[in-house]
Design a protein around this ligand. Structure first.
Ligand code: NAD
Ligand code: TYD
Length: 349
């Protein structure tokens, strides 16, 4: 039995990764470590919280002593590290929070792993989950490859780039067995409604203005979150130590085209007049330093490990919209802040 520490498992992607791992590795124990910041929501894991294979630890990766205790308490052999501050707009307002969690927190985790495993790195793995945003901003053509030079331009991407560098430094300097993946923008169930797609879905439901930054011509490469979780599981099982894998679905959209599809699909589902939701679109001041375009080349992952995305974008978007419409309580709890009480109710009685 392996003891796998997943950090940030109460967040958007982490909760899908926890579920994917429980399913794919039924012989292993999963410890979910999460500080439950505004983005952490244990309601995301309600369906598996009593699974005997699963344990939750409320802890902050900024606290090295606590990490040391957790490594030895659970005899951690593998780490899948997702805990992070993840929203670019928040990083512009409060960059230091991103340095503390993404840079210092990641280095604390590396240090705890190195200390605990120092005698023997055999059958150990530190898997760091990162973003394509570390590569910077593309022009109209070209792709991000695994060897594209880092060129981060927001405090968020700079903090993730820095964390990637520390992970590689622990590999080269101490021989810590690591693997890194850099993924494009995710979407899907449980997405916190501060990011583009869930924010638009929430605002369309409530007939609120749809804020499109600048001219809406920035391009993002969207991947369904469960396909990201499948990719992480594949890399965890079959990836080569020391390697980096890019994850993406070859699925580029300008923001405005994407918002149009969301508006039209939701008008249909909500029985509204065609064009009703598009009339809510409001162009607002552009994000500072707004990266123009991200696009991932995931050929290495496909050729070497056999992963391909399972869902077409139109189908993924429909499933996502259906999930948000069917889970209005989840959305209500998140937007009202009531989700913060869930930990107390579920874990403190
Ligand atoms: P999220 O913001 O939804 O969740 C982050 C989780 O980390 C939350 O549960 C939060 O409580 C926890 N956390 C934050 N600070 C912590 C700390 N100091 N100690 C312990 N836990 C802490 O983020 P997400 O969108 O699920 O992203 C997860 C990871 O995937 C991040 O590392 C992010 O950089 C990366 N990533 C995200 C995307 C995307 O499109 N969302 C794409 C590629 C990579
Ligand atoms: P976001 O979901 O924040 O992801 P990221 O910035 O990490 O790619 O934003 C996706 C794109 O949508 C990005 O180009 C900024 C834009 N955007 C808007 O136009 N309006 C919004 O309200 C938000 C949150 C984002």
């Amino acid at each position: 039995m392996r003891n796998i520490l997943i950090t940030g498992g109460a967040g958007f992607i982490g909760s899908h990764v926890v579920r994917q791992f429980l399913n794919d590795f039924p012989e292993d124990r999963i410890v979910n470590l999460d500080a439950l910041t505004y983005a952490g929501n244990l309601e995301n894991l309600k369906d598996i919280e009593h699974n005997p294979q699963y344990t939750f630890e409320h802890a902050d990766i900024q606290d090295l002593d606590t990490l040391r205790t957790i490594f030895s308490r659970y005899q951690i052999s593998h780490v899948v590290h997702l805990a992070a501050e993840s929203h670019v707009d928040r990083s512009i307002t409060d960059p230091l929070a991103f340095v503390k969690t993404n840079v210092l927190g990641t280095t604390n985790l590396l240090q705890a792993a190195k200390e605990y495993w120092s005698a023997d790195f055999k059958d150990k793995l530190f898997y760091h989950v990162s973003t394509d945003e570390v590569y910077g901003s593309l022009g109209d053509t070209g792709y991000f490859y695994e060897d594209t030079a880092y060129d981060p331009r927001s405090p968020y991407s700079a903090s993730k780039a820095s964390s990637d560098h520390f992970v590689r430094a622990y590999y080269h300097t101490y021989g810590l067995p690591i693997v890194i993946s850099n993924c494009s923008n995710n979407y899907g169930p449980n997405h916190f409604p501060e990011k583009l797609i869930p924010l638009m879905i929430n605002n369309i439901i409530h007939k609120k203005p749809l804020p499109v930054y600048g001219e809406g011509l920035n391009v993002r490469d969207w991947l369904y979150v469960i396909d990201h979780a499948r990719a992480i599981s594949t890399i965890f099982a079959k990836g080569q130590t020391g390697e980096t894998y890019n994850i993406g679905g070859h699925n580029e959209w300008t923001n405005i085209d994407l918002v149009h599809v969301l508006c039209d699909t939701m008008d249909e589902k909500l029985g509204r007049q065609k064009g009703e939701s598009r009339s809510l679109i409001t162009y607002v001041k552009d994000r500072a330093g707004h990266d123009l375009r991200y696009a991932i080349d995931a050929t290495k992952l496909q050729n070497e490990l056999g992963w391909v995305p399972s869902l077409q974008f139109e189908e993924g978007l429909r499933q996502t919209i259906d999930w948000f419409l069917a889970n209005s309580n989840w959305l209500e709890n998140v937007t009202s802040g009531a989700y913060k009480d869930y930990y107390k109710q579920a874990y403190e009685g």
